[in-house]
Design a protein around this ligand. Structure first.
Ligand SMILES: Cc1cc2nc3c(=O)[nH]c(=O)nc-3n(C[C@H](O)[C@H](O)[C@H](O)COP(=O)(O)O)c2cc1C
Length: 167
């Protein structure tokens, strides 16, 4: 299989299904190293006249420092057959194990951004805006206490979609 570029306007991409239910891998790195993590919180749409995605990464994730260092990352989407691997990649940290090899995934590069050969759909992303969620901005305090008992609020990345690929 090989990745073919596809227009965002013809992409079969329902964010509620793809991100929230199917899950995705957020991946960043360079020749010196690549890390990935599973994510199911995020969105896709339009902001500042750009096609954007928004992802939320806790600072404790190893992936956080790769995204910070590169300013570019990929979102990879997989067939259902990869569910167990995505689950593992969302439990284990790349600090502790070569979890990419453990999952049987192979890194390849699109426009200098790491992606996985086995992904069905890929979005390449350039960070435009970074911020940290604020406890005092929650209008629903129960949600804050439920999701952030340690107050380790997510870093928010709004990124421009540089390109979409499918295979
Ligand atoms: C289904 C699923 C969804 C997840 N979504 C997110 C998310 O949106 N943001 C986040 O920071 N962590 C999320 N995680 C947790 C990270 O994937 C997990 O902590 C991972 O081990 C981090 O790996 P790393 O330390 O190698 O970066 C999710 C985990 C699972 C299983």
């Amino acid at each position: 299989m090989s990745f073919q570029p596809i227009s965002l306007t013809t992409l079969d991409f329902n964010p509620f299904q793809r991100i929230g239910r199917d899950w995705m891998l957020i991946t960043a790195g360079d020749d010196a190293g690549v890390n990935t993590m599973t994510a199911s919180w995020g969105g896709a749409g339009t902001l500042w006249g750009e096609d954007v995605v928004t992802v939320y990464i806790r600072p404790s994730r190893y992936t956080h420092q790769f995204v910070e260092a590169q300013g570019r990352f990929s979102l990879c989407f997989f067939d259902e057959a990869w569910r167990a691997q995505l689950s593992m990649l969302g439990r284990v940290s790349g600090r502790d194990r070569d979890k990419i090899a453990d999952a049987g995934l192979h890194v390849t590069w699109l426009d200098g951004i790491p992606v996985f050969e086995q992904a069905r759909q890929v979005l390449l992303v350039q960070t435009l805006y970074v911020d940290t969620l604020r406890a005092d901005c929650f209008t629903d305090r129960a949600l804050l206490d439920k999701c952030y008992p340690q107050r380790d609020l997510h870093t928010v990345y709004v990124g421009k979609v540089l390109g979409a690929y499918e295979q």
